[in-house]
Design a protein around this ligand. Sequence first.
Ligand SMILES: NC(=O)c1ccc[n+]([C@@H]2O[C@H](COP(=O)([O-])OP(=O)(O)OC[C@H]3O[C@@H](n4cnc5c(N)ncnc54)[C@H](O)[C@@H]3O)[C@@H](O)[C@H]2O)c1
Length: 345
Amino acid sequence: MATAKKYSVCIVGSGNWGSAIARIIGENVKKSDLFEERVAMWVFEEMIGDRKLTDVINNDHENVKYLPGFKIPENVVAIPDAAKAAEGANIFIFVLPHQFVEGVCKQIKGHVTKDALAISLIKGVDSKGTGLVLTSSVIEEALGISECCVLMGANLANEVAAENFCEATIGYKNAEHGKILQTLFHTSYFRIAICSDCQTVELCGALKNVVAVGAGICDGLGYGGNTKAAVIRIGLKEMVSFAKEFFGGGHDATFLESCGVADLVTTCYGGRNRKVAEALAKTRKSIEQLEAELLNGQKVQGPPTSIEVYKLLQTKGTVDQYPLFSTVYRICYEGLPPEDLVKNI
Ligand SMILES: NC(=O)c1ccc[n+]([C@@H]2O[C@H](COP(=O)([O-])OP(=O)(O)OC[C@H]3O[C@@H](n4cnc5c(N)ncnc54)[C@H](O)[C@@H]3O)[C@@H](O)[C@H]2O)c1
């Protein structure tokens, strides 16, 4: 009897979140007959002292730069050439800063079949012409595939790596694929719900970073919990309106999943977007400078997302209906004083 072809998984990216996810995927593929045991992980090559990062990961089984202190399973193989990593794979997990997505897709396109399934864990959006484009759509178009699902949630990578319980939401287009991906990601400490309101799940992951910049500004200016709660409430309201107005989805129930309110809250209290915004309010340095000074090679997502959001709002003439989103953009990039945040919202 012929055995069904198994899914072969390629993780595209190996930063903080990519490495934490590699720990889960590496274990889960061993537990289900659906998947090949070997997992390829594309690693953007860097030198760590006199050693290549891929050699460190393949020999020491740890990403010492982006997720120090946590082992990565030995069946996860770090590969510096994106095209080689993609060879033979039919599930692609995209988990890298969104500004690098198109470049990597160009490198792997020749190795991706039309029926391959992708899932994006990326929190950020892009722009094409006058419109804001979801990263999942960028991936679908760049690879010529029909389905890029998404996974979003209140998932700070180090806490997931430490196996502290949390939840995440997978947004799918095809329910059967949603279930396969749930099997790939779910563990006792990483509880996965699946949801058909796919675009809203993804939008939540991108827009909450803009709200987190507002929350960080509150912290930097020394405001208390009441002010931050107001910023979070107004931000959530703008997220709901934005999803309904521009993406035709936005079921209220989706915002009650981990991708919605839970991710919003955790990002406004921890995480790099809040941290950089707090420093911005305290020092008045530029976002680029603070990113370089504070994030050790990691990228901030809230400010660049605010650019794409603001462009769309301008094009549609609805800037006034989104005071928090637009004020965050103007503080980050137009020199508006951080103190204006609470005046404007
Ligand atoms: N870190 C988290 O807690 C977390 C949680 C949930 C979702 N996410 C999302 O996951 C995505 C990836 O975040 P992360 O935290 O893993 O990344 P990161 O910021 O930790 O790492 C940066 C990554 O970019 C790579 N890189 C640097 N320069 C590059 C280049 N020129 N070309 C290609 N790659 C380059 C680095 O090798 C590294 O793997 C983001 O969209 C983020 O929002 C992160």
